[in-house]
Each structure stands twice: as structure tokens, then as C-alpha cells.
Design a binder for this molecule. Sequence first.
Ligand SMILES: [Zn+2]
Length: 263
Amino acid sequence: MFSLTFSFFILGLIIGSFLNVLVYRLKDVETLLGRSFCRSCRHQIRWYDNIPLLSFVLLKGECRDCKSGISWQYPFLEILTAGLFAFAGAYFFSPRDVSSWLETAWLLGIIACFVVIAAYDLRYMEIPIILLFVSLGLTLLFFTLQFHSGQALWSSRIGLGLFGGAAVSLFFFALVFMSKETWMGWGDVWLGFVCGMIVGLPLALFMLTLSFTLGAFVGVAGIFLKGKSLKSQVPFAPFLVVGTLSTVFLQHIFPEFIRFFLL
Ligand SMILES: [Zn+2]
């Protein structure tokens, strides 16, 4: 069991280092496959300086050529992705249950997309549309494959997912419309649809409560610690991402707890 979780952790480290590259290259429309280079001196990065986590530690967070600092985003996203992958592997994957393979694969895909969406929104105050489509496509595909003909469509995961997505995105649409885009942006409306779809009804309410509570705490902390005003724009995608992934994990690990909350 330990070695299986550890394998997911290592896979997460490797995928995480690719996600770091995505955060930058989706913005600059650079090729995704080219060799990595230092963002400061443009020197190509040697293969042995490109090992997830390890290289950052060995290089003490500095470029070998120009000694400029390497962003903390690199080790942070790698550890985050690795941790989430290990968690997903430990709780969702069981080698003898083929249907769990499908669910784990879907979840790893969502985690990968969401890590980039959150980091991208923090960095650029924007949500990469391509990843919204990828996570929406993955979810539709997974829910469709899970659907079996004896089920009523409206009470299946795909039906409840579509209702959940519609409810969350309508709510966000109202917020964007009323605040004239000062509280949140159009990207959040689309991300809200994907998140609402993933957790479905009625858990979409739980997910929203969690995201807004988290956002409020961090917002208040930001005002006190950094002297940010109430008006400074806060990227909301990271909170939605945390709220959604937490809901997915909580529902799976403590189904009773979630049922209790909803009553
Ligand atoms: Zn450099």
C-alpha cells in the first residue's frame, strides 16, 4: 500500500514539474515541448538541473548560470501535485477494482488542470480557457462512461452534475452582472460550471460555502497582514479549486459526514 501511494507521489512530482512549465508557456504561447530555459538569462537548463524538487534544493533556488532566484512556484507546485496525487491514489485507487482505475485517472486529470488554473489565476488574474475545456471534457467523458442504462438520467451523476454546474454558474453570473465584474470575472462563471458539475447537486452548495468561507478568511487576513484594501481584486479560482477538490475527497472518505452536513 505504501509503495503504491509513493508511486503516485513520484508521478505527481513529474507531472507537477510539467504543470509549472504550462503555467508560463500557456501565457507566452511558446511551444510546450521545447527545452526549458532560465526565465532570466535564457540559458538552456541542463537535464540534470531539471529534476523535480531535487534540483531546486541542490541549486539552492538559483540558476546555475546567472544565479538569479528560481521562483518558489516550482517546488511548491511539484510538492502540491505530488501530495494530491498520493492522496488520490491512496483513497480512490484499488488495483483489483477496474472502475476505480477510471475514477482515479479522471481525478488525476482534474487535479492537474486545477493546479494550473489556480496558479495561473494567482499569477495573471486570468483563467486559461483551454484547461476549462479539458476538465469539462474529462468530466463529461467520465460521467458518461459511469452511466448505465438502468439509471434515471436526472438522478445520475451526469444529470446531477449538469444541474450543479448550471446552479453555480448562474449564481456567479448574477454576481458578475450585479458587481459589473468587480467581485469576480467571467472566467469564474465558467470555472464555476466545471466545479459545480464535478461535485454535482446537492454538494455544489457545500463546495460554494467552503470556497467562500476560505476566500473570506484569506481576504480578511490579507487586509490585516498586507494592508490590502477591500477593493483590491482577489483571484477567486484558487478558492474554488480548493473547495471543489476538498469536497470530492471529503465525500469519498467521509460519506456520512457529508450527508450529515446536508441534512
Ligand atoms: Zn539564469
